[in-house]
Design a protein around this ligand. Structure first.
Ligand SMILES: [Zn+2]
Length: 467
């Protein structure tokens, strides 16, 4: 700053001469504008509206005409000032030279980085100085933003009791959350399940239906959480009993006849899928990369869930069907005697007669009806609050996206489309995009003990006989 002041002073010798010239040519104000150039533009933004543990603050500076001389980002609370970032730029040479027309400074603000911060308010200050010239004033441009500082996590309390959950299964919890919380839910490993306001509940009462990922998560990794706008986070363990489930091995033999039946059909109906290499190469891409892409697509579809219970009572299993393969069967795929792939089966395979009528497992809205890669012809039903069911390998679909189907109403017929060895229904249940064990949802006792005992589920109103 001292340096810039001197520069300004030295310019004054020429000022008088030029002032005379300028008065004849135009207004003084216009001349001053020409001499100083436009003011640098300075803008401060932050990724959170408040400061807590860590808020990212960004200052953007621009002076495209003559360039910037230096920029600085400061944090102030009370008397204390901390320089968060600073940059100076070399003065362009007499014959011109590189000018810095724009730049940005970014810093983390919060107790993780400035342990001295206290509740209250901070000032974030961005200072821009213009490149110095003989005729230029270098008065800095200063922009300030005030952000509230909040250091206490939101209050969080568990209201429900008896939280039992199995590996790959589902649990529910009811909680009281501080009004300051902007986000709350259940964290299970790296998966986050959002909360919803409890229907009929008091202010701040929320509930979460969450899934336990099949792999790598135990009760210690499951916590209720609430976060405020400043990023202060409260977490609380609540699972009373966690039941690990043994991995079920499975083996699938792949032969050329199978590859010839399924691969060209899936490739032909999946635009953009890499169709190079042998049938086995293509099959492995379908079972690997395409499987993951489809799960991402399903996650997006599941995110558009209605905020009401569309379903009631236990979910229906396809009538007169046998359970052929269960949830989380870890399948080893063999081709000509060697292991070529391993995948975990995340649904329930149900076989009846071929082209059997497939009923909606419960009341829901059709969110997808059509071709879905390895699932073949498939229907996805949203049952509300993040719960969805998928019906795969159908030979025929009789519903359309958007319509509401009743429990037991046909969605289509079983078949062999997609990656299916024989005629069967692949039933998959999702909770906020995570595949969970469908067997729980088919069990009236499980529904009663784990969901109905905690949540205000709609009472069964229909007298439909559940076969
Ligand atoms: Zn299956």
């Amino acid at each position: 700053m001292a340096h810039l002041g001197r520069r300004e002073h030295r310019g004054k010798g020429l000022l008088v001469v030029l002032l005379l010239a300028a008065v004849t040519g135009g207004g003084v104000a216009a001349w001053l504008g020409l001499r100083q150039g436009p003011l640098p533009s300075v803008a401060i933004s932050s990724d959170r509206p408040a400061v807590g543990p860590a808020t990212r603050v960004t200052a953007r500076f621009a002076e495209p005409q003559r360039g910037l001389g230096g920029v600085r980002l400061e944090l102030q609370q009370g008397e204390r000032v901390e320089v968060l970032g600073e940059r100076t730029f070399p003065r362009p040479g007499v014959l011109g030279g590189a000018r810095t027309g724009e730049t940005a400074l970014e810093a983390q603000v919060g107790t993780r980085h400035q342990a001295w911060l206290q509740e209250g308010e901070v000032v974030v200050r961005a200072v821009a100085e213009r490149a110095v010239g003989y005729l230029r004033s270098a008065a800095p441009v200063i922009v300030e933003t005030r952000l509230p500082v909040r250091l206490h996590p939101p209050r969080l309390g568990v209201l429900s009791k008896q939280h039992y959950v199995r590996q790959g299964g589902v649990g529910s919890v009811v909680a009281q959350v501080d009004p300051a919380a902007v986000r709350s839910g259940v964290l299970a490993g790296t998966r986050e399940f959002r909360s919803f306001p409890l229907p009929g509940g008091a202010s701040g009462q929320v509930f979460v239906i969450y899934g336990m990922p099949w792999e790598g998560v135990t009760a210690a990794d499951v916590r209720l959480f609430a976060e405020d706008a400043a990023g202060n986070r409260a977490e609380q363990a609540f699972v009373d009993l966690f039941k690990p489930v043994a991995r079920r091995p499975g083996s699938i033999e792949i032969d050329d006849a199978f590859l010839q039946r399924v691969v060209p059909s899936i490739v032909g109906q999946t635009p953009g899928l890499d169709a190079s290499g042998s049938l086995l190469d293509q099959y492995l891409r379908i079972n690997g990369a395409l499987r993951r892409a489809i799960l991402t697509q399903l996650g997006e579809l599941c995110a558009k869930s209605e905020e009401r219970f569309l379903w009631e009572g236990p979910f229906l299993q396809m009538p007169n069907s046998a359970r052929m393969a269960g949830f989380a069967e870890t399948r080893t795929y063999r081709y000509q005697g060697r292991v070529v792939d391993t995948q975990t089966h995340l649904g329930l395979d149900l076989a009846s007669t071929s082209r059997a009528e497939v009923p909606a497992a419960n009341r829901g809205r059709v969110t997808f009806a059509g071709w879905l890669g390895l699932y073949g012809n498939a229907v996805l039903l949203d049952h509300g609050f993040g719960v969805a069911t998928l019906y795969g390998h159908l030979s025929e679909i009789v519903v359309e996206a958007g319509e509401v189907v009743e429990k037991g109403q046909s969605v289509g017929r079983s078949g062999t489309t997609g990656l299916a060895g024989g005629d069967h229904l692949h039933l998959e249940v999702f909770v906020q995009g995570l595949s969970v064990d469908p067997a729980e949802w088919l069990d009236a006792h499980w529904i009663q003990d784990n969901l109905a005992s905690k949540l205000p589920l709609p009472p069964p109103t229909r007298s439909r006989v559940e076969s």
